[in-house]
Design a protein around this ligand. Sequence first.
Ligand code: C2E
Ligand code: MG
Ligand code: MG
Length: 845
Amino acid sequence: MKHDTSDHLSEALAQTLSPASRRAIDYLLLRWRSERTKADALPPYENVALGNLGHFADSMALVVQTSAGEYNLARVGSAFGDWGEISRDGGSFSCLRPDRAHSMRDAIRYSLQSKEPARVTTHQVAHGQFETYDLWALPLSSLWGPEVFVLVLDRRETQHDVVDTMFGATNEGMIALTAIMDADNEVVDFQFIAFNEGATRLLNRPAKELQWSRLSELSLELEESEAVANLARATKLGERINFEVSYPGGDAEVRHFKVSASPAGELLTVTLTDIADIKNRERSFRILFEGNPLPMWLVDSESLRILQVNEAAIRHYGYSAGQFLNMTALEIVPRTRRDDFRTFLNDLEKPYQGRDVWTHVRSDGTMMEVYPYVRRMDVGGSQTFVISVVDVTERRKAEARIEHMAHHDALTGLPNRVLFRTRLNEALDRAQMSQGMVVVFCLDLDHFKGVNDTLGHPVGDKLLQEVARRFTSTLRRSDFVARLGGDEFAIILNDIEQVAEASRLASRLIDVISLPFEIEGHQVVVGTSIGIAVAPHDGQEPDLLLKNADMALYRSKNDGRSTFRYFETEMDTRLQARRAMELDLRRALNAREFTLHYQPLVSLESGRICAFEALLRWNHPDRGLVPPDEFIPLAEEIGLIIDIGAWVLEQACREATHWPEDVRVAINLSPVQFRGNRIVQAVSNALAVSGIEPERVELEITESVLLHDSETNVRSLRALKELGIHIAMDDFGTGYSSLSYLQKFPFDKIKIDQYFVRTLADRPEASAIVRAVTGLGKSLQIATTAEGVETEEQLVHLQKEGCTQVQGYLFSRPLPADQLAGLLDRSFSLTDEAEALEPKRKLAG
Ligand code: C2E
Ligand code: MG
Ligand code: MG
């Protein structure tokens, strides 16, 4: 209970912190305090660190003490790992960078001593920046024995330029003075307004004494240095001046300062630098200089000779220290840039922390790209430049690669949709100014899917590459081709004067693409269909033009492929109609506008109805009964077929429970219903709610189910078959390679497409195919159903060829459920040719 309340408390406290201030450490400290129930007991690890710390984990690490008294990193967040150069797997402290291990040990030790969260400060140099971190250790108790520690890295907001930091390291005195004037407006004295700690130390006077006092009152004995006169001059001129002063410090030591005074409005800011300090500074400079991971040079500001160079520069640039010391700084930039560089250095006043990228040259002549940092500096009395650089060659290369990738298609190397839109925008702008036109082609490949499906994706990919090559070599230099995705391409034709030119180019592209491709030993034949839109007539916006060209493409595909079509407004009207239908369709299921009709399948062996096929109808409020061919493709496209299909399954199974037990129900499935592995669930569901025996259910699929994702789909089919359900292949013979699909799955039935039945009389091939399929059915011992049987002649023929079942208007059209009873009583005796006429008479009667 107690934990509960404190949990809520800490949660509530955490909530009150604004999101921006919810740094990991704030949050953890809050939790730590609220979980600490007794003054000297550590809060338990589970309550503080477990739970909703996910987004903080980056900057944290977990440390566990080993039995040997050593520390082990058990978990390391990525930002923490970067700082410590620690791998994500952690490991013992003894394997870490010594200074990092040192910091962590210190923080842990302090936290153990105080039994409180403790922090130490650490630094790192990254990308030319000097970053300061607080490293916190939170001591925690744990269920499994010794204390554990959560370490949290908290970066301070302020970052410093590396070189600035070096200088900041020395303690300069900063003073703000204001001038005291006499009656003639001449500066006679100065008053202290503000100053820092460095100033009190350097002047050897307590702050109390300095505050608000006048320079003349401090008896600094500055007369000889003409300090007041110099400061007055700076005030008068409004310019920075530098001078040196010496005065006997109170402790009998003579002090030497460098003074830099610069007026700022009413105030005069004065910087005091202890010249004796420079010696120390040089030492610390050397440490930073030499150990710095960034290449650095110290350069004489007159001759630009390199005076000093660090290890990193030698490693990076390939010159030895000796070579560098015989060079000028100009020699690390390309010849053509040397004059610019000299001017740049001459003009340099303030430290330069360039965000511009410069090119530098290595000893072997290779180029690199760098961000330079340059500042003037007084070293041992001589004027120098300190130059340091961050090498960004790799970063820039990566950026360029990313840039390229963002605008190009990896497979063909062609520009992608993003770049296409940009170029189209530009072309449209230009055309608007010159009152010219811009022509946009949308292209896609005919039968590309077939290639992918039969020869595999690698061949499909190669084909796309070849197609891209042919496009590029056929187009003019001023044209622009992009791959928008899949087998979709688009072209911008600039500088077109007459539409006829566009037509000629379109024809040429169609010809070029229709020539066979030779890919990995396969002869591949595809084609391309083209839709064309012309600006400004068909639109002035990139999206509209593209959409219109796409509509024209749709038309040219419908008009038999390998052609081109120009956009016409009427196409848009058709699209609107389609949209209207989409809206209606989305409503239809809830509005109960769907209904099922049933068509019998007759067994030629028994002459009786052995199944009914459920066929979907849409009872549209305005349009009446809409046949499935008109709305199923759209329902598939917008994914609605999943819900509709589930409804069909349930409805048909329910209906079938009213029929005699030996009559099955056949239900059509769309390939889309197989997506996402949901079909087995949908069928099981229909079985469960209807209570029908699975053996009475027959699912009709088309071979397209085996085209896509065929392995997953075959798995689904097997699962369905294991339930006891029969699987039939519908519309056999219409696809790409029907026979091969029979090997992929053990179907229970083949339904021969009505096309073959219809052409039985006049096409000998049809007859041959029917014979082949029935023969196959016999040897595989599976049923063969002929669809679309309309005449006695067809029936006789099919019976002779050995079909086992028939279906068609000859027996019955699809009927609503309540009209099936009459059919079920009928017997169709069809054992010889004469009797084949029987059913029709019966049905007609
Ligand atoms: P299908 O599965 O091949 O269905 C047979 C089609 O042929 C039905 O058309 C049927 O009315 C028609 N038919 C039957 N006998 C004859 C005949 O003697 N002559 C002629 N000319 N046609 C005949 P329908 O009902 O228009 O269905 C068309 C297609 O729509 C179906 O072809 C099936 O692929 C699909 N379909 C129907 N219902 C559903 C469903 O619930 N889900 C799915 N995914 N598709 C369905
Ligand atoms: Mg069917
Ligand atoms: Mg069919």
